[in-house]
Design a binder for this molecule. Structure first.
Ligand code: DX5
Ligand code: ZN
Length: 229
């Protein structure tokens, strides 16, 4: 059974002055997950938000919250994000040398553990913890900013990750983040991804429902046309 396609709008591209309204709007428009981009100005050049904003988002939606931590020493903060209401917490492999311990800490805090990989980070970084992850996030742009172009080389990486997961942890979800729009949604879903993050393609569109439907149709169309998952 293929894993269901889930669309995860990233609030990075939302209007922060009207954040509650924006989150309610994507929920009403058919989003499956709220993706929250946490940046510290060290691991990535940009600075965004912390657990307080996750707590505020938690109060206005029933959707699962996916906290993508683009911060150094993420192990210091995973509990705070779980306590703030994140259902899933992803940490970057590049900045968490004791990844196995960090993943256990996320689970112990009551959230689903995930690992994120930069475009240049090889899949071998998660090879020995893939069984401890609920999801692996494949970055398809260099993290830090919304609105960048999808890096084509990542499609093969997703395909290889799906094969590794099928062998070692078939329930593993594969999330793709960066440059997702209907055309690239087809590429990534055809390669085996099932959770699609989209910032600009949703919040930059005049009609959120039409934007989410178009991304979902791109992904599901690729599956119907012969993508494996
Ligand atoms: C980038 C973030 C993404 C970003 C995606 O560092 O992790 O979640 O919001 O934005 P788009 O969809 O505009 O590429
Ligand atoms: Zn993200």
């Amino acid at each position: 059974m293929p894993l269901p396609i889930r669309i995860a709008p990233s609030i990075l591209s939302a209007d922060f002055g009207r954040l509650a309204e924006e989150v309610r709007a994507i929920e009403a428009a058919g989003a499956d997950v709220v993706h929250v981009d946490v940046m510290d100005g060290r691991f990535v050049p940009n600075i965004t938000i912390g657990p307080l904003v996750v707590e505020a988002v938690r109060k206005v939606t029933k959707l699962p919250i996916d906290a993508h931590l683009m911060i150094v020493e993420p192990e210091r903060y995973v509990e705070a994000f779980a306590r703030a209401g994140a259902d899933l917490v992803s940490v970057h492999a590049e900045v968490s040398p004791h990844l196995h311990r960090t993943l256990q800490a996320i689970r112990a805090a009551g959230a689903r553990p995930a690992v994120a990989l930069n475009p240049s980070t090889p899949l071998s970084a998660i090879e020995w913890v893939i069984g401890d992850c609920e999801m692996v996030l494949v970055m398809t742009v260099n993290p830090g900013f919304g609105g960048q172009r999808y890096i084509d080389a990542c499609t093969d990486k997703i395909r290889q990750l799906r094969a590794l997961a099928d062998a070692r942890n078939p329930a593993l979800e594969i999330e793709v983040d960066g440059g997702v729009k209907p055309e690239t949604a087809a590429l990534v879903a055809g390669a085996g991804a099932n959770v699609l993050v989209a910032g600009t393609a949703v919040f930059g569109a005049p009609d959120y429902r039409a934007a989410i439907d178009a991304i979902r149709a791109g992904a599901e169309g690729a599956r119907a046309a012969g993508g494996r998952r």
